[in-house]
Design a protein. Structure first.
Length: 317
C-alpha cells in the first residue's frame, strides 16, 4: 500500500520508523529483532536508508597512502524487499542523488517495481566527506526536485531511453525531506522553503521532516508551508537522544537547535544511560503532544535501537 493512501485513509495518527541497513559483514538479524519488537504497535511503513560510496585513504605497511572507495552499508533494496515480504509492512527505501547516475537510479526503481515496492523517499543526500559543497555525480542529479521529476516521468512510462517501446509506467508514491530549521546549506529559510515547494510541484506526495526537538518549530514550519501553497501531508520526524555527546554533536551535524530545558538536563547527565533516559522522556513529551495535534504519522528515527522507541510509542498512543 502507498504511504499517501495509508495517511489519507487513517482516522488517527499512524506510527512509522526508519532503519539503517547493517554494516557490511553483518547480517540482518538485529534488524529483524528491532522490527519484531515494534510490530505490536502496528507500524504502517518502514523507511530504509541508502548510503553512497565513500572515499577513504588507507595507510599500507610500507607507509604509502592509497585511495579506496567503500560503501559501508550496502543492501538497501534487498533489505527493503526482505522486510516487506517477511512482515507484510510497506517499506520506503531512500533514493539518492549523490553517488548515483540517472541510469543507476532508473535501474533501482525498476528493481523495486519488480519486487512489489511502490514507495520511495527522494533525497539529494550528502556530499563526500572531503567536499565542502555538494557535487553531483556525473550524469546524476543535482537536486532532489530533479530526482522527483525522473521518478514521476517513469510513472508516465517515460524512461531515459527514448527509443523504448511499450513502456510500462512505474507508479511510485514519493516522499521528500523538509527542514523545519532550514537545510544547513540554504542561505535563509525563505529560499529553503522555495526549494521544498519545487519538490512538491514536481510531484512529491508528502514531506517528512528532519529531526527537531521543539514542537513549535514543527507547527510553525507547517504553517509556513500552507501559507505558500504546499498542501501535502507533513510528517514530523522524531529522534530520541541516546548519547551524552549528542548534546553538541546533533546541533553541529544537522544544524538544529536544542531547547534550553533539554540542553540543561543533558548537561547534567553523568553518562550515556542518564542521557538516554532524558532523551526518552523528551521524545515521549514531544510525541504525546504531536499525536494530540493529529499529525499524519509519528515517524521515529530509530538507528536500530528499539527498546526506548517501544516506550515512546506506548506512551504516545
Amino acid at each position: 500500500m502507498k504511504v499517501i493512501d495509508t495517511i489519507n485513509q487513517a482516522k488517527k495518527t499512524v506510527f512509522s520508523f526508519e532503519l539503517l541497513p547493517p554494516l557490511k559483514g553483518n547480517d540482518v538479524s538485529r534488524l529483524h529483532k528491532t522490527i519484531e519488537s515494534l510490530t505490536e504497535f502496528d507500524p504502517k511503513y518502514i523507511n530504509i536508508t541508502t548510503h553512497r560510496d565513500e572515499i577513504e585513504f588507507k595507510e599500507l605497511a610500507d607507509r604509502s597512502i592509497v585511495k579506496q572507495t567503500v560503501r559501508k552499508r550496502p543492501g538497501t533494496v534487498a533489505i527493503a524487499a526482505d522486510i516487506q515480504h517477511k512482515y507484510g509492512i510497506p517499506v520506503v527505501p531512500h533514493i539518492l542523488c549523490g553517488g548515483f547516475t540517472k541510469s543507476e537510479t532508473e535501474h533501482v526503481l525498476i528493481d523495486l517495481n519488480f519486487l512489489g515496492i511502490n514507495n520511495v523517499l527522494a533525497l539529494r543526500g550528502d556530499g563526500l566527506k572531503n567536499q565542502h559543497v555538494f557535487k553531483p555525480t556525473e550524469n546524476g542529479h543535482s537536486n532532489a526536485n530533479e530526482l522527483v521529476k525522473q521518478i514521476k516521468d517513469l510513472g508516465k512510462g517515460k524512461y531515459l531511453d527514448a527509443d523504448l517501446k511499450n513502456n510500462k509506467p512505474l507508479d511510485f508514491c514519493i516522499g521528500v525531506a523538509g527542514y523545519p530549521e532550514k537545510h544547513f546549506e540554504s542561505p535563509n529559510m525563505e529560499q529553503d522553503m522555495a526549494y521544498l515547494k519545487q519538490k512538491v510541484d514536481e510531484g512529491a506526495d508528502y514531506i517528512v521532516t528532519q529531526m527537531f526537538f521543539d514542537n513549535q518549530v514543527y507547527y510553525d514550519f507547517v504553517d509556513k508551508c500552507r501559507a505558500m501553497g504546499i498542501t501535502v501531508p507533513i510528517i514530523p520526524g522524531i529522534k530520541p537522544i541516546n548519547l551524552k555527546n549528542q548534546l553538541t554533536v546533533l546541533p553541529k551535524i544537522f544544524s538544529i537547535d536544542l531547547p534550553l530545558e533539554l540542553s540543561k538536563e543533558l548537561a547534567k547527565c553523568k553518562n550515556n544511560d542518564d542521557a538516554r533516559r532524558v532523551g526518552t522522556e523528551w521524545a515521549i513529551f514531544q510525541s504525546k503532544d504531536l499525536v494530540s495535534h493529529n499529525v499524519p504519522s509519528l515517524h521515529i528515527y530509530t538507528y536500530g535501537i528499539s527498546d526506548n522507541v517501544s516506550e515512546i510509542v506506548k506512551a504516545a498512543f
